[in-house]
Design a protein around this ligand. Sequence first.
Ligand SMILES: *[C@@H]1O[C@H](CO)[C@@H](O)[C@H](O)[C@H]1NC(C)=O
Ligand SMILES: *[C@@H]1O[C@H](CO)[C@@H](O)[C@H](O)[C@H]1NC(C)=O
Ligand SMILES: *[C@@H]1O[C@H](CO)[C@@H](O)[C@H](O)[C@H]1NC(C)=O
Ligand SMILES: *[C@@H]1O[C@H](CO)[C@@H](O)[C@H](O)[C@H]1NC(C)=O
Ligand SMILES: *[C@@H]1O[C@H](CO)[C@@H](O)[C@H](O)[C@H]1NC(C)=O
Ligand SMILES: *[C@@H]1O[C@H](CO)[C@@H](O)[C@H](O)[C@H]1NC(C)=O
Ligand SMILES: *[C@@H]1O[C@H](CO)[C@@H](O)[C@H](O)[C@H]1NC(C)=O
Ligand SMILES: *[C@@H]1O[C@H](CO)[C@@H](O)[C@H](O)[C@H]1NC(C)=O
Ligand SMILES: *[C@@H]1O[C@H](CO)[C@@H](O)[C@H](O)[C@H]1NC(C)=O
Ligand SMILES: *[C@@H]1O[C@H](CO)[C@@H](O)[C@H](O)[C@H]1NC(C)=O
Length: 362
Amino acid sequence: MENLHNCRTLVPMFSLLALLLHLSSFHSLSLAYDLPDKNFINCGSDAAINLTSRTFIADGSFSSQKSKAVKASNQLPDNISTLYQTARIFSQQSYYKFEISENGTYLVRLHFLAFSSSVNLSTALFDVLAFPNVSNSGFKLLSNFTAKNSSNSPLIKEFFLGIDPGTFKIYFVPQASSFAFVNAIEVFLAPASFSPENYNSSLPSVLHTIYRVNVGGQEVTPDIDRIWRNWEQDDSYLSDPNSAKEIPYYPNRPSYYNGEHSDPVTHFIAANDFIAPDSVYRTAKEMNITPSRPFNSFNITWSFNARRNARHLVRVHFCDIIGQPGNIVFYLYSNGNFSKKVGEYESFFSTESATPFYYDFV
Ligand SMILES: *[C@@H]1O[C@H](CO)[C@@H](O)[C@H](O)[C@H]1NC(C)=O
Ligand SMILES: *[C@@H]1O[C@H](CO)[C@@H](O)[C@H](O)[C@H]1NC(C)=O
Ligand SMILES: *[C@@H]1O[C@H](CO)[C@@H](O)[C@H](O)[C@H]1NC(C)=O
Ligand SMILES: *[C@@H]1O[C@H](CO)[C@@H](O)[C@H](O)[C@H]1NC(C)=O
Ligand SMILES: *[C@@H]1O[C@H](CO)[C@@H](O)[C@H](O)[C@H]1NC(C)=O
Ligand SMILES: *[C@@H]1O[C@H](CO)[C@@H](O)[C@H](O)[C@H]1NC(C)=O
Ligand SMILES: *[C@@H]1O[C@H](CO)[C@@H](O)[C@H](O)[C@H]1NC(C)=O
Ligand SMILES: *[C@@H]1O[C@H](CO)[C@@H](O)[C@H](O)[C@H]1NC(C)=O
Ligand SMILES: *[C@@H]1O[C@H](CO)[C@@H](O)[C@H](O)[C@H]1NC(C)=O
Ligand SMILES: *[C@@H]1O[C@H](CO)[C@@H](O)[C@H](O)[C@H]1NC(C)=O
């Protein structure tokens, strides 16, 4: 255990859909990707539960003296799934194992709700480690973790990691004199082309989702997203709420580019509805230009807290739901040392308007 790579292997990430105004090969999806149907675990439970087209199977047969099943002593509020009604607690290091048959990037989600029960789950302190790959020593996904702020609303930790075929293990390791717990686990293959294109050796092989934000419109909930992600509303990240205004909800389905396509000049990549759901691309914000606030006098800025000395992958999503392609040209900046011109020569624009695309940078 001592030789585990440390937290530096975790790279936060957020996704941001932005469409700012005036600032001056994919294979057939249905063939390439079947929605996953296993490795959803309802921890500490005797019964399977169906939740938005996933079946979380019971881990009741988990017969380890080191672990114990616990159940919420009160009924959970209506807006919290019964998935969170049970948990498994570990007083010693223990693991779940998954048989992986296909090489690739996997999503791993860990669900926590510190419900009230005979055990005070808010006092748990633990590490979570993943061993995706026989040829390396594993990753620390969570370090000295506590779920104490999750008594009213589930806390979901999401990771992307490359997993080799074979047995994949997730360890729960309590801190001295404490214990670990988990309510549910998901492990499934990410859609093809989901990994960042620039995902090369300069990036670690584990990504930890930090922010996923839908600009404009509502929060997008897991029942709407094809791979059960949550997209927060962007308002609380806007530095100046008056700088941006909402674009009306786009009434049509976005014109997804037919096939796989990465623009050779700009490196923008055509999106599909696994990259982000329709409802993310059908909403946007634009610059709030007024007589006292001309187009060239301000930027729209979103601010995110981020760890120092960690690399962050940023995926920015665009879909021009306003006008004719090529009419809107602007710059995307990050932290004063990155700039990217958007909206001019993208080759998607030769097809139709409202074509979703995205860009990744580190
Ligand atoms: C979950 O859904 C599957 C497929 O629709 C069904 O066969 C199964 O009985 C359901 N399980 C539960 C616990 O509802
Ligand atoms: C999985 O990917 C690794 C690294 O790319 C490769 O070495 C290995 O042969 C692959 N295994 C299978 C079964 O495809
Ligand atoms: C559970 O533990 C938390 C964190 O130590 C504490 O704040 C809380 O009061 C405890 N709850 C109960 C019911 O003991
Ligand atoms: C873990 O966190 C707790 C408080 O949340 C702290 O008291 C303890 O020192 C930490 N342990 C380690 C090994 O960092
Ligand atoms: C829990 O919430 C409190 C108050 O919002 C915050 O100060 C604290 O940092 C949070 N703790 C964790 C572990 O997230
Ligand atoms: C459920 O509703 C309560 C009260 O309205 C709210 O505080 C909480 O965040 C909600 N939880 C979820 C998961 O939506
Ligand atoms: C497994 O680990 C080796 C060595 O760290 C690495 O070269 C390989 O790409 C990894 N495979 C996957 C699927 O991440
Ligand atoms: C791969 O990583 C190197 C740094 O090691 C970086 O300069 C290069 O741009 C990356 N490749 C791609 C395709 O992004
Ligand atoms: C917008 O932000 C960029 C990058 O920080 C800066 O160079 C530029 O001057 C800003 N533009 C305006 C009009 O404030
Ligand atoms: C980008 O700018 C920030 C703040 O100005 C600086 O700390 C960081 O080192 C810069 N990064 C690169 C890659 O130049």
